[in-house]
Design a protein around this ligand. Structure first.
Ligand SMILES: *[C@@H]1O[C@H](CO)[C@@H](O)[C@H](O)[C@H]1NC(C)=O
Ligand SMILES: *[C@@H]1O[C@H](CO)[C@@H](O)[C@H](O)[C@H]1NC(C)=O
Ligand SMILES: *[C@@H]1O[C@H](CO)[C@@H](O)[C@H](O)[C@H]1NC(C)=O
Length: 463
């Protein structure tokens, strides 16, 4: 009898939502309530889904507002640039022929310069505020996507699908808004006139990896650092439950990545008696080619995903004795930046101190090396930006910091402190991508990214 009532309760709560309290119906049967034993764990919380859909409407409204602001900034910036151009022309004229201008005209130009200056300060402040809003929207979406992923794993995937689609569309809209915003804020993608990293954003959590398991903690994700024409939006992902690199998966864009719809899965497993697997999760993708640490023999490998061919090269000095702080087997770490392809490792001769090498992309040889003074096992990870090596270390379970830089252009090293927040403590992958100036981290199985801000002394976006 009680079982029948409870079954009815289950049916209703499955249809209506968790908000309809099954306990009320259970008590109505008159007896003691021991519903717990009968209630299936798979009762779908429709109420939660409805609330997530309402949140989508809210986020969309906020996003539309930000998009209109970005449009306004773009117009304003164009007007200011025109004003500055006019003033520059006028000042040149005055300089050439100072005698034909009077005091009053000079004063007028000075006032105009002051006005443009004030407008730029104002615009800078608005862009900064807007940037904070975009990051908070990004985080709000990430939280919902995480909840949806959880619902998808626990309950029925199909029920979640529509809501998930809505959020992915929001994410794409946000991505586009961020791109336009970044162009205003960071009009220098690919340019190296800045003097290094100033600040790193809060972590932007995209979602749990495509295998939907946090036991796949050893992996990486990102974009091509030198994309072939037409594959600028491509994302790649690779992960495993240990440090072995078995495969790499490619997605045509962000939407496909989040929907877990790859266009290509490249297996590196043994084929025709040839084991192409890697280890250590410190790969990069550049020109549709994956550079990674070959497992056997210990070497750097180049897996051309266009031609599906492989090449490997032993680096005689590199040692397998020294890995990074967080994970084993990270002996060769690849990085791609604005200026080329790089590899770091440690040598027995240097007793574990990190060595940085530049790889010649044509010959696939390490053509130049620099010795740093940092001990590799105490380093969290490294990445390259504009020919400068950045090394991180753990501060505490929630904080990581860039503590060291080595500039290959000046051969200068320096100890710095640029802290940034971690989503979760353990991470197996960190790299910079020069095409969007973002850091990509594989953080305990989650796709995490960061915006990077650079020092631009005396420029519009600098401090
Ligand atoms: C229901 O399932 C979820 C996800 O598998 C689990 O975390 C939770 O402990 C389960 N609850 C009960 C009461 O079994
Ligand atoms: C720049 O100068 C031209 C010609 O003198 C003028 O027509 C235009 O309005 C000026 N633009 C601004 C933004 O001041
Ligand atoms: C990969 O292979 C294609 C086709 O053979 C070739 O055109 C391309 O240059 C190769 N890429 C690299 C990075 O070697």
């Amino acid at each position: 009898m009680i079982a029948t009532v409870l079954y009815f309760v289950f049916l209703r709560s499955a249809v209506v939502e968790g908000a309809l309290n099954p306990w009320a119906e259970g008590s109505a049967s008159g007896g003691d309530c021991f519903c717990e034993a009968f209630l299936p764990n798979s009762t779908f919380p429709i109420g939660q889904l409805i609330s997530l859909e309402n949140t989508a409407v809210e986020i969309n409204y906020k996003l539309e507002l930000e998009i209109s602001k970005v449009e306004m900034y773009e117009v304003k910036l164009q007007v200011y640039i025109a004003k500055i151009t006019n003033l520059t022309v006028l000042i040149e004229l005055m300089e050439r022929d100072p005698d034909s201008y009077n005091e009053l005209q000079l004063e007028e130009v000075k006032i105009q310069i002051k006005q443009v200056e004030a407008l730029i300060v104002e615009l800078k402040a608005s862009i900064q505020t807007s940037s904070t809003v975009l990051i908070s929207i990004r985080q709000q979406i990430s939280v919902v996507i995480a909840v949806l992923t959880e619902l998808e794993i626990t309950y029925d995937k199909n029920l979640v699908l529509v809501t998930r689609r809505e959020y992915i569309i929001l994410q794409q809209k946000l991505e586009e808004c961020e791109r336009r915003h970044d162009e205003l804020f960071n009009p220098d993608i690919g340019i190296c006139t800045h003097s290094g990293i100033r600040r790193i954003s809060k972590p932007i959590i995209s979602q749990l990896n495509a295998d939907l398991t946090s036991s796949y903690a050893y992996g990486g994700w990102g974009k091509d650092s030198k994309p072939m024409p037409g594959s600028e939006n491509m994302y790649w992902y690779s992960a495993s439950s240990d440090t072995t690199v078995n495969r790499i998966i490619q997605y045509s864009d962000y939407y496909k990545l989040i929907m877990r719809q790859p266009f290509k899965i490249h297996s590196l497993y043994v084929q025709y008696n040839y084991d192409r697997r890697g280890t250590g999760n410190n790969y990069v993708v550049r020109e549709n080619t994956m550079y990674y640490q070959f497992r056997s023999p210990f070497a750097m490998a180049k897996w051309n995903m266009t031609s599906a061919t492989i090449e490997y090269k032993v680096v005689p000095e590199a040692s397998t004795q020294f890995s990074y702080h967080y994970s084993a087997n990270q002996n060769l770490d690849f990085a791609g930046d604005e200026s080329g392809l790089w590899v770091t490792y440690a040598t027995a001769e240097s007793k574990g101190k990190l060595v940085l090498g530049r790889i010649n992309e044509e010959s696939f040889e390490v053509e130049e090396v620099w010795q740093t003074s940092i001990f590799k096992p105490s380093v969290g990870n490294t990445f390259m930006v504009c020919g400068v090596l950045y090394a991180t270390r753990s501060v505490d379970s929630k904080t990581e910091e860039i503590f060291y830089t080595f500039d290959t252009r000046t051969e200068q090293e320096s100890y710095v402190s640029i802290p940034f927040e971690k989503f979760q403590e353990f991470y197996a992958y960190l790299d910079y991508n020069p095409t969007d100036q973002k850091l990509y981290m594989f953080n305990n199985g989650y796709y995490v990214a960061y915006h990077v801000w650079f020092n631009h002394e005396g420029s519009l976006t600098g401090e």
